[in-house]
Design a protein around this ligand. Structure first.
Ligand code: FAD
Ligand code: 2HG
Ligand code: ZN
Length: 478
C-alpha cells in the first residue's frame, strides 16, 4: 500500500466476511460493489497521493439504508469510510486500510426549495454544480462555489466545512447551513433538518458535524440558505508588482466596492507559468508578479459599472495595479475565473504536490511563500502561492519531480512552526484528514483537542467512523 508512512497501524476492526457481504447485498441489491475495478477509483484520492485497500463499496439511496448499514457495522465492529465526490485534498475521503466505503453518490434528490425564503433542502449526495444549476433557473445561487464543483457533493462540502470563492460575501457553512440530517455511528438518525433561520432551543448540534470530516456521523441531508442570483456580475483581472500593492488594492476595493464585492482572490506569477505550461491558458493581461481576481455581484448593472470604473481609476492613479481587464459577459467571466480555479489542476501536471492551506493575518500571507522559497532553495522544483485574500487564506504548494522525503522533511515542520508563530491555522479550509491530523496541536490547544476526543468517544464509541482521520494518533491530556 502507498499511504504515507505516517499512517498508524490498522486498528482491530473485523474484516468483511461472506456473511457480511450477504447482508449488504440483501439490503442494497446491486449496490454492494465488490468488483475490484469498480472499487479502485474510490480507494484512491483526487490527488492520487493516498490509496486504501477496501474491497467493498456501498451505494445507499436512502437515509434508512445508511442507518441499516451503520447499525450493522457498529454491531459487527466494521470500520466505515464515508465518501462524497472524493475531491478532498487531505487524504480523508479514501480508506487507509480495508474500511468499507460508504458512498453518497446515489443520494442525489432535491427535497424542496422555498422560493420566498431561498431555503433548499436536499440529500447529501447532490453534486454542488447540479444544485447551482437548479437554483440559477429559479433566480437563486448556492452560497458556496469551488473549483471542484463538478464533482464535490454538498454532504462532502458540509463534512469539510468547505470555504471556496464566495465565503467573503456569504460567510461560512456554519452560518448558511440551517439544518442537517445525520446518521450516527450506531445507526440512530439525528433529524436536525430544520429550515428555520432562528432556533435557540438548546445546543446547536448540527454545528458539530460541519467540518467533522466523516468522523462523527454520516450526513444524509442538508438544508441551506441560498442568496438571490445577482442581476449584475462583473469580474476584474488585475496585475500588480508587489504584495504590498495587492493588499492596498484590497483595502481600496473594500472601501470603494463595499456591498457589491463578492470575491477577492490572488495567484502569483509562478501559478501563471503553470497555467500557461500545463493547461495552455494564456495570460489575459501583461506579465506581472501578482494577479488579482475581483468579482462584484449586485442588483443594478449601471450602478455597479460606475463603482467599478471609479475603483479602477483610483487603483490605476495610485499605481496599485499595472494592468487589468474587465468581464461582464458570461463566457469571459468564466474564462477569467478559470485562471484562478484551475491552478490546482495545473499543479498536478508539475510533479508531486506538497499542499498547505494556511490562514494567517492577511498582511502575512505572502511572506510565508517568500520565506519558504528562500528556505528550500533549489531543493524544490517550484513554490507557488495563491488563495483567498479576502479570507486571509493562503494556498502554498511546493512541487518536486517525484515524491521526495528529504524535501518533505525540509518543508515540515517549518511551515507549521511558521504558521503557529503568527497564530495562524494549519488547515484553513481543507480539514485535517489523514495527512494533517498529527499537526493539530500547532493550531489547537491541548484541552480543545482532548474535548474533541471526548466528543468522538461519545458519538462513536467503537471508533468505526473514518478511523485514522482528523484526530491525532496521540491525544495529549495536559
Ligand atoms: P470527499 O472528498 O468525498 O470527502 C471529504 C471528507 O468528508 C472525508 O473526510 C469524507 O469522509 C467526508 N464526507 C464526505 N461526505 C460525507 C457525508 N455525507 N457525511 C459525512 N462525511 C462525509 N475546498 C475548499 O474548502 N475550498 C476550495 O476552494 C476548494 N477547491 C477545490 C478545488 C479542487 C480542484 C479540488 C480537487 C478540491 C478543492 N477543495 C476545496 C477541496 C474539496 O473539494 C472540498 O473539501 C469538498 O468540500 C469535498 O467534497 P467531496 O464531496 O468531494 O467530499
Ligand atoms: C482553491 O482555493 C482550493 O483553489 C485548492 O482550495 C487549493 O490546491 C490547493 O492547494
Ligand atoms: Zn481554497
Amino acid at each position: 500500500r502507498s499511504s504515507p508512512a505516517s499512517a498508524p497501524d490498522r486498528l482491530p476492526f473485523s474484516r468483511v466476511s461472506v456473511e457480511d457481504l450477504a447482508f449488504f447485498s440483501q439490503i442494497l441489491p446491486g449496490r454492494a460493489i465488490t468488483d475490484p475495478d469498480l472499487v479502485e477509483s474510490s480507494n484512491v484520492d483526487w490527488l492520487k497521493s493516498v490509496r486504501g485497500s477496501s474491497e467493498l463499496l456501498l451505494r445507499p439511496q436512502t437515509t434508512e439504508e445508511v442507518s441499516q448499514i451503520l447499525r450493522y457495522c457498529s454491531s459487527h465492529n466494521l470500520a466505515v469510510n464515508p465518501q462524497g465526490g472524493n475531491t478532498g485534498l487531505v487524504g480523508g475521503s479514501v480508506p487507509v486500510y480495508d474500511e468499507i466505503i460508504l458512498s453518497t453518490s446515489l443520494m442525489n434528490n432535491i427535497h424542496s426549495f422555498d422560493h420566498i425564503s431561498g431555503i433548499l433542502t436536499c440529500q447529501a449526495g447532490c453534486v454542488l454544480e447540479n444544485l447551482s444549476l437548479f437554483l440559477e433557473e429559479r433566480d437563486y445561487i448556492m452560497p458556496l462555489d469551488l473549483g471542484a464543483k463538478g464533482s464535490c457533493q454538498i454532504g462532502g462540502n458540509v463534512a469539510t466545512n468547505a470555504g471556496g470563492l464566495r465565503l467573503l460575501r456569504y460567510g461560512s457553512l456554519h452560518g448558511t447551513v440551517l439544518g442537517l440530517e445525520v446518521v450516527l455511528a450506531d445507526g440512530r438518525v439525528l433529524d436536525c433538518l430544520s429550515t428555520l433561520r432562528k432556533d435557540n432551543t438548546g445546543y446547536d448540534l448540527k454545528q458539530l458535524f460541519i467540518g467533522s470530516e466523516g468522523t462523527l456521523g454520516v450526513i444524509t441531508a442538508v438544508s441551506i440558505l441560498c442568496p438571490r442570483k445577482p442581476k449584475s456580475v462583473n469580474v476584474l483581472f488585475l496585475g500588480c508588482e508587489t504584495f504590498e500593492q495587492l493588499l492596498k488594492a484590497f483595502q481600496l476595493c473594500r472601501g470603494m466596492l463595499g456591498e457589491i464585492l463578492s470575491a477577492f482572490e490572488f495567484l502569483d506569477s509562478e501559478c501563471m507559468k503553470l497555467l500557461n505550461t500545463h493547461l495552455k491558458l494564456s495570460n489575459p493581461i501583461s506579465d506581472c508578479s501578482f494577479y488579482i481576481v475581483i468579482e462584484t455581484s449586485g442588483s443594478d448593472p449601471s450602478h455597479d459599472a460606475q463603482k467599478l470604473h471609479n475603483f479602477l481609476e483610483e487603483a490605476m492613479k495610485s499605481l496599485l495595479v499595472t494592468d487589468g481587464t474587465v468581464a461582464t459577459e458570461e463566457s469571459k467571466i468564466k474564462a477569467l475565473w478559470s485562471m484562478r480555479e484551475r491552478v490546482t489542476e495545473a499543479l498536478t501536471h508539475d510533479g508531486f504536490n506538497y499542499k498547505y492551506d494556511i490562514s494567517l493575518p492577511v498582511e502575512r500571507i505572502y511572506q510565508l511563500v517568500t520565506d519558504m522559497r528562500q528556505h528550500l532553495g533549489s531543493r524544490a522544483k517550484r513554490v507557488v502561492g495563491y488563495g483567498h485574500v479576502g479570507d486571509g487564506n493562503l494556498h502554498l504548494n511546493v512541487t518536486s519531480p517525484v515524491k521526495d522525503p528529504v524535501l518533505l522533511a525540509a518543508i515540515e515542520p517549518f511551515v507549521y512552526e511558521w504558521a503557529a508563530r503568527y497564530h495562524g491555522s494549519i488547515s484553513a479550509e481543507h480539514g485535517l484528514g489523514l495527512k494533517k491530523r498529527n499537526y493539530i496541536y500547532y493550531s489547537k490547544p491541548r484541552p480543545a483537542v482532548a474535548l474533541m476526543g471526548n466528543i468522538k468517544a461519545m458519538l462513536d464509541p467503537k471508533g468505526i467512523l473514518n478511523p485514522y482521520k482528523t484526530l491525532p494518533d496521540q491525544l495529549k491530556q495536559h
